[in-house]
Design a protein around this ligand. Sequence first.
Ligand code: 8DG
Length: 131
Amino acid sequence: MKIKIKVVAAIIENDQNEILCALRSPSMSLPNMWEFPGGKMEKGEDFYIAIEREINEELDCKIEAQNIFHENTHEYESFSIHLICMKCRITNGDPIPNEHSKLIWLKKENLCSLKWAPADIPAVEQLMKEK
Ligand SMILES: Nc1nc2c([nH]c(=O)n2[C@H]2C[C@H](O)[C@@H](COP(=O)(O)OP(=O)(O)OP(=O)(O)O)O2)c(=O)[nH]1
C-alpha cells in the first residue's frame, strides 16, 4: 500500500503582492521543483502549529498562519500526499533558505512560469485567479 503523508505549505505574500516560492534542492525528494515552503505534519499538531514550526525551521523566520487557502490530495507514483496550503504572514525576520536551493518572490500572474511540484498545481491555479 502507498504511504499517505499530510503536508502543510505556506503561501506568504509581501507588501508588493508577491508570493514566496521555494526551489527544492537536488538532494530533496521531488528535486529541482518549486513549492510553497512547509513540510510534513507531526503527531499532535494542528495545521497552524505545524506550518509555524516548519517555516521557523526551514526559513528562520516567524509567521502567523491566517487561514486555509487550498486543500487537495495528489497521487505521486510512490506516495499519496494531502497538501494543505495556508495563507500566512511574516511577523518577524526575513526568510533565509536553510534547505532550499533558492527563494524568490513572484507576482501571482507569473507563478505559472515555474516548474511546480505536481501536487501544488491546483493551488497555484487558484492563486493566479485571485485578484
Ligand atoms: N513542503 C512542501 N512539500 C511539498 C509541496 N508539494 C509537494 O508535493 N510536496 C512534497 C515534497 C515532499 O515529498 C513532501 C514534503 O515533505 P518535506 O518538506 O518534509 O520534504 P522532505 O524533503 O523532508 O521529504 P523527505 O525527503 O524526507 O521525504 O511533500 C509543497 O508545496 N511544499
